[in-house]
Design a protein around this ligand. Structure first.
Ligand code: PMP
Length: 380
């Protein structure tokens, strides 16, 4: 007898849905999940081993439930890099920023509540909303993937969402908003009633501009979400964190699982933070490579969205999936996020980017001036 997921009493809103995930294909040039292409430097690998060895001596005990040392070092990192003073009490950490987002929706969303985002954007916001029983509202971006301030204002005042997500730099489009826009949004939200803004800054370190993090000073209903998956080159570590008013950190404690962050994770993240300067050096190289991708793709005649992230959105293609497949035939894996007419490529090493650019040159015949439509999919 065949028994499938459809025979199980899963929640109605999960029926017929697919799990999230980009294809993990074994090809020579993988530029599809916005990872950092540089492995951690060897001295850091040694330091991780040292710290984890020490942590292993105490694995019979539960880890520090409040991850105090790690949160202190993350607060120091944010203070040093944004100039905005933060203390341990302002910071909370979890297993990737996906878990941070989940904890925030468990705390501030849930059945009978709504969350919204400016789409296309990071699809896990809506998927985690669904997983937590939060109703999702999608406010469309403009043709050039920016957020129109008037549309933003009308949408927030009409729907009065409980949680607002804004991703900057935005995934998958790559463009960013100015801190001024975040301020306007917070002011509109204040007018609309009690609500939380989650600013997803997963790619902040790659940005040309300033972070809107210092607005934390003025708005206790404002949360900035960050990750060590991108700038710190540690996607495998699973470490995300947030900065907010200490009351937000207190609120999240109500839903977090006890001992959610393993001692091994905490030790590894602390080791990586000791190497911040070295790792941020790689970020500078990636920014240069990202700018090169933008310039060269534009030079080939593609329509390229400005990028403040470690990836670039380009097009337009009548059939983006066909363009995606042709790149794959050349051993280059990029991402088809389902944005009409576009593909997304992560900045890799100079050699990987050369390989991608050579393959992209062959796609010029597929590029078209007008935006066609395809179905909506996911972004990682
Ligand atoms: N936010 C955005 C905008 C992302 O693109 C990603 C990763 N693709 C995440 C959050 C999640 O990152 P992680 O869980 O690895 O911290």
């Amino acid at each position: 007898m065949s028994f499938t997921i459809d025979d199980l009493p899963v929640r109605d809103e999960l029926r017929g849905k697919s799990p999230y995930g980009a294809p993990q294909l074994d090809v020579p040039v993988r530029l599809n999940t916005n990872e950092n292409p540089y492995p951690l430097p060897e001295p850091l690998v040694e330091r991780i081993a040292e710290r984890v060895r020490e942590a292993a001596r105490h694995l019979n005990r539960y880890p520090d439930r409040d991850a105090v040392e790690l949160r202190t070092q993350l607060a120091k990192y944010l203070t040093d890099t944004t100039g905005h003073p933060l203390r341990t009490e302002n910071v909370w950490a979890a297993n990737g920023s996906n878990e941070v987002i989940q904890q925030l929706l468990q705390t501030f969303g849930g059945p009978g509540r709504t969350a919204m985002g400016f789409e296309p954007s990071y699809s896990m916001h809506s998927l985690i909303a669904r997983g937590t029983g939060t109703r999702w509202l999608s406010c469309p971006r403009t043709e050039d993937f920016t957020v129109d301030p008037g549309v933003m204002r009308d949408f927030v005042l009409e729907h009065r969402p409980d949680v607002v997500f804004l991703t900057t730099p935005n995934n998958p489009t790559g463009n960013a908003v100015e801190p001024d826009f975040v301020l306007r949004l917070l002011e509109v939200m204040r007018q609309a009633g009690p609500s939380m803004l989650v600013l997803d800054e997963a790619y902040a370190e790659f940005s040309h501009g300033e972070s809107a993090l210092p607005l934390l000073e003025r708005f206790p209903n404002y949360v900035v979400s960050r990750t060590m998956s991108k700038a710190f080159g540690a996607a495998g570590l699973r470490l995300g964190y947030l900065a907010a008013h200490p009351a937000v950190v207190d609120a999240v404690q109500l839903v977090r699982l006890p001992y959610h962050l393993s001692a091994v994770t905490q030790a590894t993240a602390l080791a990586a933070l000791e190497y911040t300067d070295t790792l941020l050096g790689y970020v500078e190289q990636l920014k240069t490579e990202r700018d090169r991708l933008v310039d060269e793709l534009r030079g080939m005649g593609f329509d390229v969205t400005p990028s403040d992230a470690n990836f670039v959105q380009f097009g337009r293609f009548a059939d983006p999936h066909e363009a995606w497949r042709r790149l794959l035939d050349q051993g280059v894996l990029v991402r088809d996020n389902g944005v009409p007419g576009r593909l997304r490529v992560s900045a890799g090493t100079p050699a990987e980017n050369d390989a991608f650019l050579a393959a992209a040159r062959e796609l010029k015949s597929l590029a078209v001036p007008a935006a066609p439509t395809t179905t909506k999919e996911q972004s990682a």
